[in-house]
Design a protein around this ligand. Structure first.
Ligand code: SF4
Ligand code: SF4
Length: 150
């Protein structure tokens, strides 16, 4: 299974070979979606972990034992259809295929089931149509989610 985590590194943990240890000790593949970690400073990394569920649970405990803060997906991505102009910029940055647009309409489609909540799309939108919604309030006018894209 896959699990998306945001890892918060304290200064003393930034030199840990996290992805190597996850692979060797837990048989977990770690795909780094976003990272802001400078040498000798605290940092943040968004990762998608793939592996056995028991190993994922064990790996989370190990990461916490190193002093890292762990956050599961903190909310949902919402797209304001009243702002979106279907320019497609965000689709080129989405690592999971959750955002897409196809001919002939080129209308933006958002597949929430594929979204990793990596937040890479948020700063890409020139219209500020994409937002991370933490408390999931009802939104009346959003791009509808699709069950599964081809
Ligand atoms: S947060 Fe945005 S870029 Fe990341 S997977 Fe979801 S839709 Fe794609
Ligand atoms: S970048 Fe913004 S305006 Fe362009 S398709 Fe994506 S959500 Fe719509």
């Amino acid at each position: 299974m896959k699990r998306r985590l945001t890892l918060h590194f304290p200064r003393e943990a930034v030199h840990q070979p996290i992805t190597y240890r996850l692979a060797v000790d837990f048989d977990i593949a770690a795909k780094i979606l976003r990272a802001q970690v400078a040498p000798n400073q605290s940092g943040t990394m968004v990762v998608e972990l793939s592996g056995d569920i028991d190993e994922l649970d064990a790996a989370e405990l190990w990461l916490e034992s190193l002093g890292l803060g762990l956050n599961r997906a903190p909310g949902e991505i919402r797209i304001d259809a009243s702002r979106c102009v279907d320019c497609g910029i965000c689709t080129s940055l989405c690592p999971s295929g959750a955002l897409s647009s196809f001919a002939p309409s080129w209308r933006l489609q958002f597949d929430a089931q594929r979204c990793l909540v990596c937040e890479q799309c948020i700063p890409s939108c020139p219209l500020e149509a994409i937002a991370l919604v933490l408390d999931q309030p009802p939104v009346a006018d959003t791009v509808p989610s699709v069950a599964r894209l081809p």
